[in-house]
Design a protein around this ligand. Structure first.
Ligand code: SF4
Length: 445
């Protein structure tokens, strides 16, 4: 069954239209000029939609001004306001953006009141032609749903269907839905369940697909590609975000690669494949290291995730920066890539599992540098999930099943979490990495 089409400004999402790559600003929304400059760089890199956090009512005028300046500069990329808890902010900003991203379950603790607020937002969006993304995340589902279904992919799909039913009841179909998790198995299963539930219901809304808090570097790219490609290969997904703890402009080439590959515009550099039992032996002639990583993640991520394969060995050549062909197995790249891929598909863990949000206008510290520091100081550990999160408002909820969390409070202070509980608050940021490492090591001793 074809999906509906959501119109985000002039950009169609769903129903056979090309997959739309999108990204999100990590600037402070009140810094209008810096946000405008970053949006222009994103547009130039190929972003089809740009999301900007709108934490509260005082940011609504900033959003208006950002949009005005972008349109004045000839940038017509649709803008998405990212809202977390405040329905009043969502309602206030909806007339001035092309889409509002909400997690309606977070609007109000009382479900009936959250439904009322959501219906009010829908009316405003209808009046102004604004689309809505219902964006649910594993780890921030709310007690009402988790009490019924646990913190599971089923719970994520059920929660999404509840809000989609409310859209249908309000005759509102300009909707995109997402169910993100940093765990690739949870994320893929949740989207599959939701896609099946919408088919059964006979109303299929377009899907925004992404692995949330994927981290950075090769690991972040591989994890994102494993999760997103597993779904796109099944025809699930209409717009995508590759969420990296880096300059958000760096997300676009990866997202563009995925969109092109699953729109049939590009193929893989895999030239030969054989099977040795449940292990694949894959030979590549890759035009670059970056391309090898993306190709291999899409060629084998889904098969590892779905347990069709248990292992993969990489051979062949990759061109280095000087244009010389270098042996993949001889350079050590092959075994490194296999380790990374198996970890991203959650089949074998050779290093700590890192969860790091990409940062946004709520981040009040140098998230990228801190994440690098945490990784460097904990690389020797195993069997531990460590989260580095940009803000205290959403970080604790969104770090899902992390064993330990470093959560920025603002004012150069950090909260350290063990599981879901804060074990230390207001730690000065100059001491926080040391403290985190000491606590993890003591716990493991
Ligand atoms: S957890 Fe990170 S990405 Fe999410 S709202 Fe906070 S700072 Fe922004």
């Amino acid at each position: 069954m074809k999906t509906l089409t959501a119109w985000v400004g002039s950009v169609p999402i769903g129903s056979g239209h090309p997959i739309v790559p999108q990204t999100m600003c990590n600037t402070h929304t009140y810094d209008v000029d810096e946000t405008v400059a970053q949006c222009i760089r994103m547009r130039d890199a190929g972003a089809g939609l740009i999301r900007i956090t709108c934490p509260g009512l005082t940011d609504v005028p900033h959003m208006k001004e950002i949009r005005r300046k972008l349109r004045e500069a000839g940038v017509d990329t649709p803008l998405v306001a990212d809202i977390h808890f405040s329905s009043a902010t969502a309602i206030a900003v909806a007339p001035f953006v092309e889409k509002v991203r909400i997690n309606p379950g977070n609007f109000h603790k009382d479900h009936a009141e959250a439904c009322r607020q959501f219906a009010e937002l829908v009316q405003v969006c209808k009046q102004h032609g604004t689309a809505i993304r219902i964006g649910l995340n594993h780890g921030s589902l709310g007690a009402r749903i988790t009490d019924l279904y646990g913190n599971t992919p089923e719970a994520m799909a059920k929660a999404a269907m509840e809000w989609l039913e409310l859209c249908i009841a309000n005759d509102f179909y300009n909707v995109v839905v997402s169910l993100k998790s940093s765990n690739t198995i949870v994320m893929v299963q949740a989207y599959r369940l939701l896609a099946a539930a919408m088919q059964e219901r006979g109303v299929v809304f377009p899907l925004h697909v992404g692995v949330t808090e994927a981290g950075n570097g090769d690991s972040g790219r591989i994890k994102s590609c494993v999760g997103i490609s597993s779904l796109l290969a099944e025809g699930i997904g209409n717009t995508i975000r590759v969420s990296l703890t880096e300059d958000p402009v760096a997300e676009i080439p990866v997202a563009r690669y995925l969109a092109d590959r699953y729109d049939g515009k590009t193929g893989s550099s895999l030239v030969r494949l054989s099977l040795d039992g449940r292990k694949a032996v894959a030979t590549y002639e890759a035009p670059s290291r970056e391309r090898l990583i993306l190709d291999a993640s899409c060629d084998f991520g889904k098969r590892l995730l779905d347990r069709e394969l248990d292992d993969v060995e990489f051979r062949g050549t990759v061109l280095n920066e000087a244009g010389e062909a270098v042996s993949i197995e001889g350079s050590g790249l092959g075994s490194y890539l296999a380790d990374e891929l198996l970890q991203a598909a959650r089949r074998r863990f050779y290093k700590p599992e890192y969860i790091a949000c990409p940062g946004c206008g709520r981040t009040m510290y140098d998230l990228q540098a801190t994440f690098e520091q945490v990784k460097a100081r904990t690389a020797h550990l195993k069997d531990v999930v460590i989260a580095v999160m940009g803000c205290i408002v959403n970080g604790p909820g969104e770090m899902a099943d992390a064993d330990w969390g470093y959560v920025g409070e603002g004012n150069h202070k950090v909260s350290i979490y063990k599981g879901k509980e804060p074990v230390l608050r207001h730690v000065p940021d100059t001491e926080a990495v040391d403290t985190l490492v000491r606590l993890i090591e003591a716990d493991k001793a």
